[in-house]
Every structure is written in C-alpha cells, then in structure tokens.
Design a protein around this ligand. Structure first.
Ligand SMILES: Nc1nc2c(ncn2[C@@H]2O[C@@H]3COP(=O)(O)O[C@H]3[C@H]2O)c(=O)[nH]1
Length: 352
C-alpha cells in the first residue's frame, strides 16, 4: 500500500500540491480501504466514491483552505494512526470518525476566518450566533452530504453506531476552532499522566488533539512542501486583512500585510502553538518526536534565521537611506565637499 509505515515517513509528507484532484480522491479511497473501513462497515465502493466527489465539490477554490489542504490533513491523520499503532488501542468506529472528520473538517470554507464572519455579521455568524460559525458550518455541510443515501458512507451502520460517529465527527470538527486551543490542550495535559485508552473522556480529548495536530501540521513536512503552503496561507490571510481594511472592520493583526512577514508569522506560531501541542502528543507517543517535533524545531531555526536576515536587511536599508539623505541635504559636509570640488573644477576650466 502507498502509505504504510514501513514505506517511511516521506510518504506521509509527499507533495500533494502537485497531485491532480482525481489522484487525491483515489488516495483517499486507499486510506479507507487500508484501514479496513470498507470491510468492517460494509461501505460500498461507489458510495465512497460518491461521498468523496461530493466532498471535493464542496471545497472552494481558495488559496489555502481547499481540497488539497483537506487531503494533507487527512493524510497526516492517517499517518498518525499508523505511526502510533492506534488500531490496537481504540476501536474502528473512532478511527473512522477521525479519518472522516479530517476529510470534512473545512468543507465550504470561504477563506475568511471566524473573526471576520463575526465582525462582518455574515450569514454564517448570524446562523450560528457567533459560536464557531465556520466549524459549525463545516460539520453541517458534512452531514448534508451524508444525508443523501447515495453518498452516505455510514448507511450500513446500526443506529447506535451512526449516533456515535455523528457525535464524534461534530466534536472533532468543532475542536479545530483555534479559540478552543488552550482549553483542549490544558485538558490533555491534565489527563496525560494517567491516560487510559479505555476511558471515553480521555479518548475524546485525544481524538480532538489528533485532528488539531493534523490540521496545523504543515511545518512537520519537509521544507520544500511546507513553505509553499505557508505562502498560500499568507495569501489567504492578506486577502482577509485587505478586505477588513476595505470594509472598515478591525484588522486581524496576523493578517495585516503591512505588519506580518513570512518569518514573523511562523516563529511565533511555532513557538507558542505548534511546539507546545506537538510535544504533548509526543509525550503520549514518544515515536512521534522524530516525525513531528524534530522537523518543527528545524522549521523554527529556519524561520528564526530568515527573520534575523530580514532585520539585518531592514537596518542596512535604513542606514543607506540615512546616508543618502545626509549627502543630498544642503549644508551637509558631503554636499559642501561636492560643491567645493565642482567650484574648483569650474575655476580650472575658466583659467584654461
Ligand atoms: N502562522 C501560521 N498559522 C497557521 C499555520 N497552520 C495553521 N495556522 C492557523 O491555524 C489555524 C487552524 O485553523 P484554520 O484552518 O481555521 O486556520 C489556521 C491558521 O489560522 C502555519 O503554519 N502558520
């Protein structure tokens, strides 16, 4: 199989941006097959195809939160399941919940975050009373797709199983709202010393952590994969910042193109969000240290260097500008030297 652990980590971090959407859809089917979901839950291949096609149709053509991002997140979730040997620790329903949550987690994302939705009083903010408008919407669209018999991959599940999976998917998708980040991470840290895979509350928190890690895992990929994704993310951020300025709304600080640079955006995010989250997950699964923590530390070094270089460049340019304006200012030493030279030149010519 394409993604099995023995194939090596690089297969989990391949370059999906270069793959065609049709190929991605096949790879997603492979994941469902490979995790035994087709056999265990009697999912008909044509229903799975229909479901994935509907999912594909409901991702928008925007710079970052598009179908390829959905694939990356699902691929990371799939990789995490294999690397942590989760199959031997939690049951198939939970695994199916996690993979399907990853597939659906950003359905119909508009490219503008919750802050914008709320400040601009969009239809989504009104519908969901400003409570995680996007994540509520992603989850609702997922179940709209699943309501149709021809694309309901859960149609052969028992009522009890369906209920459990619906509850799990809603919980996982809502957990991707970053305003819930500290709350979820604190819960995880608290239960970590006594973590028990048989305890439902513990398992629920772990599932939320796993989708969160998958969702923001670009920097765990090789730099040649991660950096173009960052460019896409910044493009989407800057679009929103521009729109907020245009509409007279509060400008989201990390989306303001006049204030945020590529390295400044990453150093803070890696230091304060990624590493603290990834390190906790690696405390439960030490094997993840090399796969997700180490590459993120390297990315931090890379962007710290880039930030320093940018700062040096800025200082050099400021110095050059100051020297130039000094030279051209009337009465300055440089100007008077130039003037003297030119007078001397003139008088020499006149004398000849
Ligand atoms: N600065 C930065 N933010 C990120 C990165 N990856 C994810 N995010 C943010 O984390 C958020 C997770 O939820 P969203 O996908 O809604 O939006 C994402 C971005 O705002 C990253 O690599 N750098």
């Amino acid at each position: 199989m394409v993604f099995k652990e023995q194939d090596g980590w690089t297969n989990y971090t391949c370059i999906p941006r270069q793959w065609e959407d049709a190929e991605i859809m096949v790879l997603l089917q492979v994941m469902y097959t490979d995790l035994d979901f087709i056999a265990t839950f009697n999912i008909e291949p044509e229903v799975l195809q229909h479901f994935l096609f509907e999912v594909y149709r409901r991702y928008n053509n925007i710079p970052f939160h598009n179908f390829k991002h959905c694939f990356c997140v699902t691929q990371m979730m799939y990789g995490l399941i294999w690397m942590t040997d989760l199959k031997s620790k939690i049951d198939s329903i939970d695994l199916l919940t996690m993979l399907t949550s990853a597939v659906c987690h950003d359905l119909d994302h508009t490219g503008y975050n919750n802050a914008y939705q709320i400040n601009a009083r969009t239809e989504l903010a009104l519908r969901y009373n400003d409570i995680s408008p996007l994540e509520n919407h992603h989850s609702a669209v997922a179940f709209e797709i699943l309501e149709k018999r021809e694309s309901n991959i859960f149609r052969n599940l028992t009522i009890e199983q369906y209920k459990r999976i619906r509850e799990g998917i809603i919980k996982c998708i809502l957990a991707t709202d970053m305003t819930k980040h500290n709350e979820i991470l604190s819960k995880f840290k608290m239960i970590l010393p006594v973590f028990d895979f048989k305890n439902k509350d513990h398992k629920d928190v772990l599932m939320m952590i796993l989708i969160k890690v998958s969702d923001i895992s670009n920097e765990a990929r090789p730099m040649e994969v991660a950096e173009p994704w960052l460019d896409c993310l910044l493009q989407e951020f800057y679009n929103q910042g521009d729109m907020e300025k245009l509409e007279g709304l509060p400008v989201t600080p990390f989306m303001d193109r006049d204030k945020v640079t590529k390295p400044s955006s990453q150093t803070g995010f890696i230091r304060f969000v990624l590493l603290p989250l990834f390190i906790e997950l690696a405390n439960l699964f030490p094997c993840l240290e090399q796969h997700i923590v180490d590459p993120v530390r390297k990315a931090l070094d890379y962007y710290t260097e880039m930030e320093k270089a940018l700062e040096r460049d800025k200082q050099n340019r400021a110095q050059e500008k100051a020297t130039k304006s000094k030279e051209s200012a009337p009465g300055s030493q440089a100007a008077s030297d130039a003037q003297t030279a030119s007078v001397q030149e003139c008088s020499k010519t006149a004398a000849q």
